[in-house]
Design a protein around this ligand. Structure first.
Ligand code: TXA
Ligand code: MG
Length: 329
């Protein structure tokens, strides 16, 4: 049974966060991608609390957050040169690397899988916390299972207040979309989840095209990548062509999620523009907050979402929109 807390505090006190974590409790932490729900990764009793608090099924493994590549060595067996190179290039940052796990990592963290997911986050507060602690932090995104990830401390508070004692407030997440997950199969790099490091940036670094295998009820390597995920409660439909208004665009109770500003908008619809100028990084940063805004708007019943150009961060944005659409289509 997880405890309930009378009061969930929001603050920037590293010591306070560290004390709760040392006591085996969960604390929400800021990262440059999204907020995480963290606990001592080496302590199964603490890790169990993460699953309970999120309502997360035990088959969905957790990312272990470390300060840097040197710290990661304690939790993974030998790192293939290609993955080492990616860590050197993109850490600290929005890249998660799957490596054969060492025995010190509890099976609970990896859901019994042979690999552990490791990431060095870039947010300065969480880096100071990791320096302060004597253990790494297991942390999934700090949202109830299946829902949109939080990108502000307030988002976390709205859903987890009373369930965790402390939220470390690092402001709005700079990237706004989860990390890219990468690993190796038969000596080839595979991307298991599109995310904050664009596929093209990885391909450029290793000078070779990389397979993406992210759709995956049928992908045991990344069991958490369910087709329906990252989903608001309301129905979300993908807007098939940027040149056509949705046929139902005249309906009231429609929320339009636009990638960029348009000259003309249908009357009587609510509209959120992810980036006035069509900048992919800005759109990624605003995406999850926009979905939450529509989800809590009384005058919106259905969300129509425009897809981004399918390049760079646009691929990850489109991936999240497709998963959000899959549930309620
Ligand atoms: O940006 C992020 O990655 C954020 C921040 C907090 O670091 N974390 C995050 O965690 O998005 P989560 O749990 O919401 O998504 C992690 C994904 C899950 O789909 C899980 O299945 C996959 O990573 N994963 C974790 N450990 C794995 C493992 N050992 N083998 C395969 N997939 C793994
Ligand atoms: Mg998540």
């Amino acid at each position: 049974m997880s405890e309930t807390f009378f009061y969930t505090q929001i603050g920037t006190d590293i010591e306070e966060a560290a004390r709760w974590l040392e006591a085996g409790q969960c604390v929400a932490i800021p990262t440059e991608t999204v907020y995480g729900l963290a606990a001592n990764a080496l302590e199964p009793a603490a890790v169990v609390r993460i699953f309970e608090t999120k309502n997360r099924p035990a088959f969905d493994p957790l990312i272990v957050h470390v300060l840097d590549a040197a710290a990661a060595e304690a939790y993974a067996e030998a790192c293939p040169p290609l993955l080492r190179r990616l860590a050197e290039r993109f850490w600290p940052g929005p890249l998660t690397i799957l490596l054969p796990k060492r025995a010190i990592v509890p099976d609970l963290v990896t859901s019994g899988l042979p690999r552990v997911a490791l990431r060095a986050p870039a947010h300065p507060l969480t880096r100071r916390l990791l320096v302060r602690l004597s253990f790494p932090l297991a942390a999934p995104s700090a949202n109830p299972f299946g829902y949109v990830s939080p990108t502000t401390a307030q988002h976390v508070y709205e859903q987890l207040q009373g369930k965790i004692p402390y939220i470390l407030d690092g402001g709005l997440c700079a990237v706004g979309i989860e990390s890219t997950i990468v690993g190796m199969e038969d000596d080839a790099l595979v991307v298991y989840r599109l995310g904050g490091v664009p596929l093209e940036a990885i391909e450029k670094e290793v000078n070779t095209p990389i397979a993406v295998r992210s759709h995956s009820v049928s992908n045991p390597a990344a069991p958490g990548m369910l087709t329906t995920h990252y989903a608001p409660r309301k129905r979300l439909l993908l807007w098939p062509s940027a040149d056509l208004w949705p046929t139902s665009a005249q309906e009231s109770e429609l929320g339009l999620l636009l990638f960029r500003r348009r000259q003309q908008l249908p009357p009587h619809t609510r509209c959120i523009v992810l980036s006035e100028t069509g900048d992919l990084a800005e759109a990624a940063q605003n995406l999850f907050a926009a979905l939450r805004t529509f989800d809590s708007a009384d005058d919106v019943e259905t969300i129509w979402a425009e897809q981004c150009p399918d390049v760079g961060l646009g691929r990850a944005i489109n991936d999240r929109l497709r998963r959000a659409a899959a549930r309620k289509a």
